[in-house]
Design a protein around this ligand. Sequence first.
Ligand code: NAD
Ligand code: UDP
Ligand code: UDP
Length: 313
Amino acid sequence: MQKKVLVTGGAGFLGSHLCDRLVESGHDVICVDNLFTGSKRNIEHLLGMTNFEFLRHDVTFPLYLEVDEIYNLACPASPIHYQYDPVQTLKTSVHGAINILGLAKRTGAKVFQASTSEVYGDPTVHPQPESYWGNVNPIGVRSCYDEGKRCAETLFFDYHRQHQIRVKVARIFNTYGPRMHPADGRVVSNFIVQALRNEPITIYGDGSQTRSFCFVDDLVDGFLAMMASHDELVGPINLGNPYEFTMLELASLVISVTGSGSELGYQPLPQDDPRQRQPNISLANRELGWAPSIALEDGLERTVRYFRSVLSR
Ligand code: NAD
Ligand code: UDP
Ligand code: UDP
């Protein structure tokens, strides 16, 4: 059945892939984005489609639309971007959530929240199950993002309990793929761009910290499965790839996939940088039948192809 679907942050990395999939399935898609980190280029191939519409708007301001489903992705996601204007980052998560939940309350729409593994902070439980409450610094440089996303989760659950809004909260772990911003400072995009330019690969700290990387197509499958699940499944639910790598392992994989001559260059570890991160995805596996299927090496090859074309523009 064709639905009217709103995607906030739809011109960003994840949002544009989600819009692709929704448009392909024949839904009527409204993409709302203020283009802070997103770009029209990410959605330019959709602009002429009759079932796609772009609206430049900041979600910290009210928004009146008639829709059946909402994916709330608006929020800068990379540390460089979310720390550029921390107050705006908090407003985007908190005021943005209130407006989107208000819209869901008025229209009866089902609403999906793109939360994050950052709600676990620098975790003391490993791997992280959804029941873990996290270890988050409330006043550090990452707090505008972490605490903003935690407050957004609170709002989603309070609107659910108080106003019976149908909510779906997903905690997304590090995801990579084509359309990542080449200058967003995230590790996969940094390493690939540096490798393609034969510049030193910047390892922060000693490179022994770990992350688990999910390819974007796998993640979007998880979003769609979560939205389609029964109303009692409100989350939070972890979505990510459970294979864990150190940053040194990632660097050597990127060097091998690109065939680069780059050396490693060590730089200081940023403040509050989590030591390790790996999702426990047994809930998503059991409830949604979901698990990622794309291995890091394959996903990196596809991502490298994208960055080669972007850098040669
Ligand atoms: P992104 O920066 O590419 O996308 C975010 C989009 O939101 C951008 O297009 C940006 O312009 C838009 N935006 C920012 N503030 C806005 C505002 N006030 N009003 C309207 N639009 C606004 O990042 P992404 O990686 O695509 O992340 C999408 C969502 O997924 C974010 O909410 C992020 O927190 C979450 N997430 C991403 C990851 C990841 O690894 N990519 C991990 C965890 C959570
Ligand atoms: N809101 C919106 N679009 C809507 C409905 C509401 O942007 O379609 C905003 C509205 O500005 C309000 C917020 O969402 O401030 C929260 O709505 P809610 O109904 O919960 O609160 P109230 O209007 O009662 O303050
Ligand atoms: N990192 C790195 N070199 C870079 C960029 C990041 O070693 O050029 C490290 C960073 O310190 C962190 C990990 O890679 O430990 C993942 O960083 P990213 O910003 O991609 O994501 P997050 O810290 O939000 O998981």
